[in-house]
Design a protein around this ligand. Structure first.
Ligand code: 475
Length: 830
């Protein structure tokens, strides 16, 4: 890709040492930063010094764009999207920023001339793991697209000192190690020590008279200060750089000298520790919520800081809060920031002395809410007792929102008391709990799911009563992923090939242009290019796995990959049952002709989720037996890649042949890994679930391996009384695979180890693994047949890439902009 013909490239640009983009300027700037910021020189610089100097060199070039963008936005008074998310799983910055600045190649050359190992420098970066999985990574893709589409936007979240844990595998088990990502400094962020806001906790409220009105004062027993840390987010091929503002919790500077003076030194220090604990660590549970007090503190902390910041901006620009909802639209990334609905009311009423009605008018026109999961255990609720103790004023406001809301419901559905109880913000049935999804829904002008199927299920299940009341507020916005990270950074060979075929790199901003590849799906010469690209990527992955995991895999085999959080509903164990069945078939019939496969797994289990941890142990145990069995290990290999994260994942997408998307139908809201693999040319074996449905629609049924019962069929099965053990009696191979696990073959004779897993499948099987087993195996047999015909396989692979345009996060963000946010691009000029 030529860096020279792009906007924001070196042509005609500044020749300043901190902004210039020529090779000579980059070299000079790098040496300068090494010297002046790190106090080092070329000959003694460690790889980490080199990384830091490179990062500062790139950051300088972003700051220029960032400041100009801020000026442009300010002057235009443009409507701004505020994306509130408890997680942003950004991945390493350096490579992404080099790509978006259009200086990857020239930087590589500059590095070579300075005698630097460019790849080693990129490898130095510790990724900011400020998220668990899909939801956090989606937020990062959306920031990239917002900047690329030149939409004024701010991402607001928490600057966790410890992100998602690092996963080690010891004796086949997951071991968690804390993630000290800030240990060596973070060159991408700018601390804003003067940008700080107080956040209150605990205490009590009092009423008082003010100008003839009754107002409320909240006397807290703890005040925490949120300090801003800003990270610039640069768009691709444009000069716009948006802002990611993360809050860090501190004790206010004057932290309790009173306690200190009265001799309570311990108490004074304790208050400081308590404050700083709030942004200490990311909760590592992806779906189920734990109901922990600290988690609610985190949510309120960042929601409050973010809203206070918006109010500051609004008052600075307009001097009044009246048009707040016209200046800002606030997207709630799931219910984690939903407390913002009540907090905005508090700020408007208590701090800015507004009356309830105008304040509510502003509030309900400000927020929009995205739901990401239907799993009942993931729906957030807080006990009234905890909520009231921690946030007494917010509880009063939630009650008042609820009272007024239920009055409306009563008028709309006269006498339907059951419905009123179902819709209430307070669940009276389970020890009085606040339902955060209801608070988010009542406080939002738009509510959306993340794939068509999921959005339909939101309307017909968890929010059905709300859909009956306000059908016009419900939308679907199908998720997408950024091709900058997931094609250009991850798979540069594919990116080059696509640019060659399209004639230029316009596909990067308009992925629908990849449709022009379709005619090449039958071109013999192009097939050769495709095969070469794939083989090279598979060799790279094999090398990487040898070095990092210590396993040998054969790049000629079919690479069959399942990477995502470990969860029963995602059914990694269904994949394992397929592997065991193949193993048994080969053992029974050693000369059987099977397509050789390498199975790759990766993913973290929530530390307290025992069944998920046992699934990891099972994968590693099966791997140990199979990989050491000379009768089969030329045709079957199993690898568990430790510490799956954005950085490690980048090695997988280009090399995968088959992408496993095998969740129980109706459970995966969307999935985004499915998109990352398909746009890199892997074929999908998948259920009718989440975005799989739409991916199959786009790429064509003939280029997708569909299997499994539909959500409705599974529901019916369950309603009729699902008896998994009976399925087992009829399916010899299934029974045999489960027996083999139970026999201790994979656990050095220990028959107890996997018993909980086997018995769970036999007697409960809540995610209906056994019901789909046979359909899955049949489809896998077809996969193996298809693999035997490389021409046909490549054709399908090419057509997958050509038809994935819909799943660029640029399309998702355009949908949000047009249908929900009503915001327009504001191009920044250098
Ligand atoms: C869905 N995370 C995917 C993805 O829309 C979907 C929940 C509670 C606390 C912390 N993290 C979570 C999620 O709920 C989550 O990641 N959901 C996922 O969101 C993006 O593609 O299907 O499971």
């Amino acid at each position: 890709m030529s860096d020279m013909n792009r906007p924001g490239s070196a042509v005609g640009e500044s020749d300043h040492i901190r902004t210039g983009l020529s090779k000579e300027q980059l070299k000079q700037a790098y040496i300068d930063n090494l010297f002046y910021l790190l106090g080092r020189f070329l000959e003694v610089a460690t790889p980490h010094d080199s990384y830091m100097a490179a990062a500062y060199t790139v950051r300088d070039r972003m700051l220029d764009r960032w400041i100009k963008t801020a000026r442009t936005y300010k002057a235009s008074q443009a409507r701004t999207v505020c994306y509130l998310s408890a997680e942003f799983l950004l991945g390493p910055h350096l490579a992404k920023n080099l790509i978006n600045l259009g200086i990857m190649e020239v930087s590589r050359e500059a590095g070579a001339e300075l005698g630097l190992d460019f790849e080693a420098i990129l490898e130095q970066e510790e990724e900011p793991g400020l998220g668990n999985g899909g939801l956090g990574r989606l937020a990062a893709c959306y920031l990239d697209s917002l900047a690329t589409l030149q939409i004024p936007a701010i991402g607001y979240g928490i600057r966790y000192e410890f992100g998602i844990f690092d996963q080690l595998i010891e004796d086949g088990w997951q071991v968690e190690k804390s993630d000290v990502w800030l240990r060596d400094g973070n060159p991408w962020e700018l601390p804003r020590p003067k940008l700080r806001f107080p956040v209150r906790f605990g205490g009590h409220t009092e009423t008082f008279q003010d100008d003839g009105r009754v107002r409320v004062r909240w006397i807290p027993d703890l005040v925490v200060e949120g300090r801003a840390y800003d990270t610039p987010i640069l768009g691709y091929g444009v000069s716009n750089a948006n802002l990611l503002r993360l809050w860090s919790a501190h004790a206010p500077e004057s932290f309790d000298f009173q306690a200190f003076n009265t001799g309570d030194y311990y108490g004074a220090v304790h208050a400081k520790v308590e404050a700083e604990t709030i942004s200490k660590v990311l909760y590592p549970n992806d779906e189920p919520q734990a109901g922990k007090e600290l988690r609610l503190k985190q949510q309120y902390f960042f929601a409050s800081c973010s809203l206070q910041d918006m109010i500051r901006l609004q008052l600075g620009a307009a001097g009044t809060l009246e048009g707040f909802h016209e200046k800002f639209v606030v997207q709630l990334n799931d219910t984690h920031p939903a407390i913002a609905v009540a907090e905005l009311m508090r700020l408007l009423i208590d701090e800015h002395r507004m009356d309830w009605e105008p304040a509510w008018e502003i509030t309900r026109r400000t927020f929009a809410f995205t739901n990401h999961t239907l799993l009942p255990e993931a729906l957030e609720t807080w006990t009234v007792a905890l909520f009231g103790r921690l946030l007494p004023r917010l509880l009063e406001i939630v009650y008042e929102i609820n009272r007024r809301f239920l009055d409306k419901v009563r008028m709309h559905f006269l006498g339907d008391e059951a419905r009123i109880a179902r819709m209430s913000l307070i669940d009276e049935g389970h020890g009085r709990r606040i339902r955060m999804a209801h608070l988010a829904t009542v406080g939002s002008f738009a509510i959306n799911g993340v794939a068509e199927m999921h959005s339909e299920l939101v309307k017909s299940t968890i929010l059905k009563d709300f859909h009956d009341l306000w059908p016009e507020r419900f939308h679907n916005v199908t998720n997408g992923v950024t091709p900058r990270r997931f094609i250009i950074v991850s798979n540069p060979r594919l990116a080059r090939l696509l640019t060659e075929c399209c004639g230029d790199d316009g596909w990067v901003r308009d992925m629908d242009r990849l449709r022009s590849l379709e005619p090449l799906a039958d071109d013999v010469g192009f097939h050769e290019d495709w095969r070469r690209m794939k083989t090279a990527a598979k060799r790279d992955l094999a090398d990487w796995l040898r070095r990092r995991v210590g396993v040998n895999v054969d790049p000629e085999t079919l690479f069959d990959v399942q990477v995502k959080r470990i969860h029963e509903y995602k059914r990694q164990h269904l994949n394992v049952l397929h592997i065991i069945t193949l193993y048994e078939r080969l053992k029974a019939e050693p000369n059987r002709d099977v397509a050789p496969r390498t199975f790759v797994f990766g993913g973290k289990a929530a530390p307290g989720y025992l069944m998920a941890k046992l699934i990891i142990k099972l994968i590693n145990s099966v791997a140990e037996v199979i990989n050491q069995d000379p009768q089969v290990n030329d045709r079957l290999r199993v690898v568990f890649m430790p510490d799956f994260n954005v950085k490690n994942a980048q090695h997988l997408y280009p090399a995968a042949d088959l992408s496993e998307q095998i969740s129980m139908a109706g459970k995966e809201a969307s999935g985004t890994g499915n998109m990352k693999f398909a746009m890199n040319g892997a074929l999908t074996i998948g259920t009718l679930d989440g975005a799989n449905v739409e991916i199959r629609e786009e790429v064509g049924d003939e280029n997708f391996f569909l299997f499994g019962h539909t959500a409705e069929q599974l529901q019916r099965l369950q309603a009729e009384g699902y008896r998994p053990w009976e399925i087992c009696n009829d399916r010899f191979e299934l029974r045999s695979a489960l027996d083999l696990i139970a026999s201790g073959l994979f656990s050095h004779g220990d028959k107890e180890l996997f018993r909980p897993l086997v018995e769970n499948l036999l007697y409960q099987d809540p995610f209906m693994v056994l019901a789909d087993y046979e359909l899955y195996l049949d489809r896998q047999t077809e996969v193996s047949h298809a693999w035997r015909d490389p021409k046909h396989w490549n054709r399908m692979s090419i057509l997958n890439v050509a038809r994935m345009g819909k799943f660029s996060s640029d399309r998702s963000i355009r949908d949000y902009c047009e249908r929900i946010w009503r915001v327009r691009p504001v191009p920044a000029e250098l």
